[in-house]
Design a protein around this ligand. Structure first.
Ligand code: AKB
Length: 332
């Protein structure tokens, strides 16, 4: 994607910039708008951040005053608010996860309203769905009955975004991300994390113990598609976006067993064992896939990576990282 030269350059602030999505989204945004247009923020100490990854600021998103300082200092016009506690970690400390996920979103919406920002992006998740979808492909307008505190915070967040849009005219846009698979930064605290960890373990040790049953199908997406979806949604004309909440976006739906079969095409010696934990119950409450007809119709969403292409690309990027490791499996 390229910046439309007839439009002014945005100044974008990203929270959670060092996380799984943020790492790649910041790079993609800088590619389109230029490095200095994107202010990355996260909890990490700023002194550890190399020059080519600046501007960077240490920011706790619960600190509204500091957030506001950065908006004023940089003349920020858009925010991508990615900082959050995910599904599995959220269940370990539900009230803490609720506070972080909700209060940070409210801080962002308030400063965006007060400083009249052009646009806000906030990710929702397939975690808004629950048992009512009966593990089928969930439609856009399915009943939302989340079973985790993370899912409840995403459902409430969707409502808050709609509230600010309707009452204050704030242009907030949102996607229900499926499980995201990427090689640049680790996934952290989610139920779908196995689909990232399995690549690292396969290359490092030649085996993996999976915490989900082999036949647990979940909606997934390669990060390249997720980043492109985010940029496309944010650049779609406002009048095209008919969905009041967050858009379903689909790409892949696979089980651990199907991913293993695909991996074994490249790593024939790779072995898997299964030992389920609490994350199985969370996965059981989510649909196997999502229906993204509305996203396809309203802003031409279309995924590019299928299971085979995603697996090959992940291995191509990660194999060199583990090459010097004597236990490492050989990619054929
Ligand atoms: C998680 O597993 O919690 C996340 C999600 C599906 O939102 N990856």
């Amino acid at each position: 994607m390229e910046h439309d030269k007839n439009q002014p350059l945005p100044v974008i602030l990203v929270t959670g910039a060092r996380g799984q999505i943020g790492t790649e989204l910041v790079a993609a945004l800088r590619n389109v708008y230029g490095r200095k247009q994107v202010v990355a923020t996260d909890l990490h100490d700023a002194t550890t951040i190399p020059d080519q990854q600046r501007p960077y600021h240490q920011l706790n998103v619960l600190d509204k005053d500091e957030l506001e300082n950065l908006i004023i200092t940089y003349g920020v016009t858009q925010i991508y608010h990615l900082a959050a506690t995910l599904s599995a970690k959220g269940e370990e400390a539900p009230l803490k996860a609720w506070h972080l996920n909700m209060q940070s979103l409210l801080n962002i919406l308030e400063v965006a309203k007060d400083h009249k920002l052009n646009k806000v992006f906030w990710p929702s998740s397939i975690a808004v769905f629950g048992p009512s979808t009966a593990r089928k492909v969930s439609p856009q307008d399915a009943l939302l009955d989340p079973q985790t505190v993370y899912g409840i915070s995403k459902e409430a967040g969707e409502q808050w975004c709609a509230y600010y849009r309707e009452h204050y005219g704030l242009d907030v846009r949102s996607l229900r991300y499926p499980g995201l698979i990427s090689y640049s930064a680790p996934a952290g605290g989610g139920t779908t994390d196995y689909a990232v960890a399995i690549f690292h373990e396969a290359l490092q040790n030649g085996s993996y113990q999976c915490y989900l049953n082999p036949d647990t199908a979940l909606p997934m997406m390669y990060m390249n598609d997720a980043v492109r979806a985010t940029l496309e949604l944010m650049n779609a004309p406002a009048e095209a976006l008919k969905e009041r909440g967050a858009y379903n976006i689909g790409a892949l739906s696979f089980t651990p067993a199907q991913l293993v079969t695909e991996l074994q095409k490249h790593l024939p010696g790779f072995t898997i064992s299964y030992n389920t934990d609490k994350r199985q119950a969370i996965a059981n409450s989510w649909p196997a896939g999502v229906d993204d007809t509305e996203a396809r119709q309203d802003w031409n969403w279309a995924p590019e990576y299928n299971l085979a292409a995603m697996t090959a690309d992940m291995l191509q990027h990660l194999a060199p990282v583990y090459k010097s490791d004597s236990n490492a499996a050989t990619v054929s």
